[in-house]
Write a protein that binds this ligand. Structure first.
Ligand SMILES: Cc1ncc(COP(=O)(O)O)c(C=O)c1O
Length: 395
């Protein structure tokens, strides 16, 4: 009954775990959630006020498919201010979240047989979007030896005549790692040499703790020409529910993505767009405060994880995830291969035994790691990781 394109779309392996966590909570159990993918802060007051004012002004109708001009101008102004990039309004598209921009890009750029290069560990939607668009994901493995950053050699080895797109998530979900300028330059040189289009997913740009952020498109005019910068308001302004993301890039690609958007979702929510203008144009101190809090929590979480025997954890540069290696513990986790991948079984064990929810690395194409989000209170980090340490000690 279902279309063939769904054959390759796997069921989310995290779904069962989050469903179990929810059911346990509903039973009154004190499950601590480290699987969260969004800031636990409120949306800035000035953004909420702008949305309320938009409703009161009856700004409640369809808008232009690519987004209201004020919001596209605010995005262009942000790219100029923060990233030194100069985009005209018709080189900017606002979508229902960065996810929607990424999907539009896959639909606009991939033909059957085209390959999309995806460094692993990857954000779990990348391969699925590529497949839905008819392309083929080609994975490039990275691990702790390169701080989970793809090297030019590894990229060069994965490129074929069918390579069309390169996904580059900087800083990365799930690893939290961010690239240095020289590393990005060596990847960009290959993209130019092999005529790749780069989807630079920079949604965690603002959540970077020590390193400076290097925007891929800003490397050179030649790089800008083949880059779609994907970003959004979800993570920087704690606005996940408003669904505001954007893409900036060559006019031809943005135009194609706009056509796809106009035929599928029309415009995005008018009221949310006004909130987006206020967030981008308004005071930015809220972002700094959030970053300061995440920095403290990161230190707390990494220290607690490193104190657990069998757990090794790099210090993440950004985002709000720790991605410890638990390889040494996996052969002691209850169950067998029939019960799922080892990291999935570990996630289930931790939920049962420690009442904490984490995301298994298998969800990101990583078989030796697990992801824990520190978008939660320090108190919960202390309590939850204390329980985790006890549960691991029993293995
Ligand atoms: C790497 C990455 N890209 C894109 C997104 C999508 O964000 P949104 O659609 O909320 O803008 C997420 C959300 O978790 C993400 O982690």
């Amino acid at each position: 009954m279902l279309a063939k394109r769904l054959d390759q779309i796997g069921v989310s392996i995290t779904l069962a775990i989050s469903a179990q966590a929810k059911a346990m909570r509903a039973d009154g159990r004190d499950v601590i959630d480290f699987s969260i993918g969004e800031p636990d802060f409120p949306t800035p007051a000035h953004a909420k006020d702008a949305a309320k004012a938009a409703i009161d002004a009856n700004f409640t109708h369809y808008t232009a498919a690519a987004g209201i001009p004020e919001l596209r101008r605010a995005v262009a102004a942000k790219l100029a201010r923060d990233n030194g990039l100069d985009y005209a309004i018709d080189e900017v598209l606002v979508s229902q979240g960065a996810k929607h921009s990424l999907f539009n890009a896959c639909m606009a750029l991939l033909d059957p047989g085209d390959e999309a290069l995806i460094p692993t560990p990857y954000w779990l939607s990348y391969p699925q979007m590529v497949r839905l668009a008819g392309g083929e994901p080609v994975f490039i493995e990275t691990d702790e030896r390169s701080d989970f950053r793809v090297t030019a050699d590894a990229l060069a080895a994965a490129i074929t005549p069918r390579s069309k797109l390169l996904f580059l998530n900087n800083p990365s979900n799930p690893t939290g790692m961010a690239y240095d300028r020289a590393e990005l330059e060596s990847l960009a040189a290959l993209a130019i040499e092999h005529d790749l289009i780069v989807l630079a997913d920079e949604i965690y740009e603002k959540l970077l703790y020590d390193k400076p952020f290097v925007c891929f498109a800003s490397l050179s005019p030649e790089v800008r020409e083949r880059t779609l910068t994907i970003n959004g308001l979800s993570k920087a302004y704690a606005m996940t529910g408003w669904r505001l993301g954007y893409a900036a890039g060559p006019k031809k690609i943005i135009g194609a993505m706009t056509s796809i958007q106009s035929q599928t979702t029309s415009s995005l929510c008018s009221v949310a767009q006004r909130a987006g203008v206020a967030a981008l144009d308004g005071p930015q101190e809220v972002v700094d405060e959030m970053v300061a809090t995440f920095r403290e929590r990161r230190a707390h979480m990494v220290a607690a994880l490193r104190a657990m025997p069998g757990v090794e954890c790099l210090e993440p540069d950004g985002a709000f995830y720790a991605f410890p290696n638990v390889e040494g513990l996996l052969d002691r986790v209850p169950g067998s291969g029939a019960d799922g991948a080892p990291t999935v079984r570990l996630a289930r064990y931790l939920l049962d035994e420690a009442e904490i929810a984490i995301v298994p690395g298998a969800a990101f194409g990583a078989e030796r790691n697990i992801r824990l989000s520190y978008a939660c209170s320090t108190e919960n980090i202390t309590r939850g990781l204390g329980r985790m340490a006890d549960a691991l000690a029993k293995l």
